[in-house]
Design a protein around this ligand. Structure first.
Ligand code: GDP
Length: 524
């Protein structure tokens, strides 16, 4: 393997995640992308919601029962000479922590909007995370086969609520029952939509320009006139797409389509692989690490018991630089320990394939013998550490205890492992007498926790809500904390206080100016 082979592999990698509000069509688009990428052969093998078969990325029984995806998995496929890695992020708003973390492993994001609903609450939240990371964002306006909002209004909404310039690369011709296809503004051709056969599209038709009389025949006189008007407006009022501004996160290219009928997905994919960036340098405490440097990877997600057939723990590693080889010797830089990466899997949800090599941008699952934490680095050099890894401050707090006291050992193990994955955060009362308190970003995380404790560790829980609403870590090591009833410790033994309201927090802060309260532990 020469350095130029490595560059070639890096340059053809595209690692991205889809962000959207639940129901906008993320699962459907994922399925269609996999279909075009040849990773699956039949539409319907991914989507759980509509019936018999279930999503490759939905592997837990609870997800199947609820029809939502809870965990993130990485799916990969080849398209047009590119190697695409799609990080599947859960769409439900209660699983945001996991989603946020997954975005740290992506080089770009696809924002999927429902054409009738436009920008929704969850889209805004996820968008903010991408913005924070500075990754480029593409937009796909889905469900054009249903009555949609005016496309100009949709663009304006994106610009106003997300503060990013939106430049259309395709333009819809009609919507709902009158949806005729899209006009490719770059290639000046019409991609015709045919409703009859589900999931099939007719070949694109090239036209010389939007004034081409052939268009009238293709889409009808009324639609043609409307399209001509729209294109004139776009060309006059919207500045042309600037790839540099896109890579800088200032502009989002917008595509229109209908994922359920496959329409617009292949065209999107063919533009995506050309526009989206290859793996970016890693931000480390010592500056940027180029993907061309010797091997380094970081753990962005942990998960226990991924399937009933493999009861083990998996650490998801994103390769940041160099070539990964199974069995290679690396340093686990947080502990300084040497490790041999001998059991690596790429994860295509339930099906695991053991892999031998991987390149920057790729995700490999490593069986985790308990050594990995989120944000950990493995590298051929000893001294690589991430510059910071987002963690989220819980807003919901429940007390938990096993229903059957003889299950205490399994209870502890489950509690610790699931906390390590980030399903919940644990807070231990310092007097040792009371039950631990678990904290989550959203309520549904508690249900996931309860379900998994039961399924995977055989522990039935008694869970009771508490009055706490706010958590703060304490700076330094203040004495005499025992006088506070709400004083607890996190799983690393750091002093923490729980409050019933932000008023309670402010009051305590005023009464005790000697204490400094932090929304996150300082030494993550
Ligand atoms: P997710 O929650 O974002 O993953 O959304 P899904 O992909 O599960 O889609 C939500 C619902 O919208 C499902 O019933 C889909 O069949 C439907 N859907 C997805 N894409 C389209 C589309 O392009 N047109 C129409 N009419 N329905 C769609």
């Amino acid at each position: 393997m020469t350095q130029s082979d490595l560059s070639h592999e890096i340059n053809r990698r595209r690692t991205f995640a889809i962000i959207s509000h639940p129901d906008a069509g993320k699962t459907t688009i994922t399925e269609k992308l996999l279909l075009y990428g040849g990773a699956i052969h039949e539409a319907g093998s991914v989507t759980a919601r509509e019936g018999s078969s279930h999503t490759k990325s939905d592997w837990m029984s609870m997800e199947q029962q609820r029809g939502i995806s809870i965990t993130s998995s990485a799916l990969s496929f080849e398209f047009d000479g590119h190697h695409v890695n799609l990080l599947d992020t859960p769409g439900h708003q209660d699983f945001s922590e996991d989603t946020y973390r997954t975005l740290t492993a992506a080089d770009s994001a696809l924002m999927v909007l429902d054409a009738a609903r436009g920008v929704q609450a969850q889209t805004e939240k996820l968008f903010a995370v991408c913005r924070n990371r500075g990754i480029p964002i593409l937009t796909f306006v889905n469900k054009m086969d249903r009555p949609a909002q005016d496309p100009f209004e949709l663009l304006e909404q994106v610009e106003k609520s997300l503060a990013i310039r939106a430049v259309p690369l395709t333009w819809p011709i009609g919507d709902g029952p009158d949806f005729r296809g899209v006009y490719d503004l770059e290639g000046k051709r019409v991609l015709l939509f045919e409703r009859v056969v589900r999931g099939r599209t007719r070949a694109p038709v090239s036209v010389a320009s939007v004034d081409d009389p052939a268009l009238t025949e293709l889409v009808g006189a009324e639609q043609h006139a409307k399209l001509r008007q729209d294109v004139e407006l776009i060309e006059g009022a919207i500045e042309p797409f600037d790839p540099e501004a896109f890579l800088a996160g200032e502009v989002t290219p917008v595509f229109f389509g209908s994922a359920i009928t496959n329409f617009g997905v292949e065209h999107f994919l063919s533009r995506f692989v050309k526009l989206a960036p290859c793996p970016a340098p890693l931000h480390t405490t010592k500056g940027e690490l180029s993907p061309e440097a010797p091997f380094t990877g970081f753990v962005f997600k942990l998960q226990a018991n991924m399937s009933k057939h493999h009861r083990d723990r998996t650490a998801f590693l994103r390769i940041a630089s160099g070539r990964f080889e199974r069995g290679m010797e690396v340093v686990h830089t947080r502990t300084g320990r040497e490790l041999r990466l001998s059991r690596a899997h790429t994860l295509f949800a339930q099906d695991r394939e053991s892999i031998d090599v991987a390149y920057p941008g790729d995700i490999v699952g490593l069986v985790n013998p308990g050594v990995f934490r989120i944000g950990d680095v493995v590298s051929v050099s000893k001294d690589v550490h991430l510059e910071g890894f987002p963690r989220f401050t819980p807003e919901h707090f429940n007390a938990v205890t096993p229903r059957d006291v003889s299950k205490r050992k399994a209870f502890r193990k489950g509690l610790e492992q699931l906390a390590e994955e980030g399903v919940v955060q644990i807070f231990y009362p310092t007097d040792g007498a009371r039950d631990p308190i678990i904290g989550a970003v959203g309520q549904l995380q508690f249900e996931v926790f309860e379900h998994r404790m039961n399924e995977e560790y055989g522990v039935d829980l008694i869970m009771s809500s508490t009055n706490y609403k706010v958590v703060r870590w304490l700076a330094g090591e203040p004495d005499n904390l025992a006088r506070f009833a709400k004083h607890v410790e996190d799983d690393a033994g750091r002093p923490v206080m729980l409050f019933t309201s932000s008023w309670d927090l402010d009051y305590t802060a005023k009464q005790h100016p000697e204490l400094e309260f932090l929304p996150q532990p300082r030494d993550l």
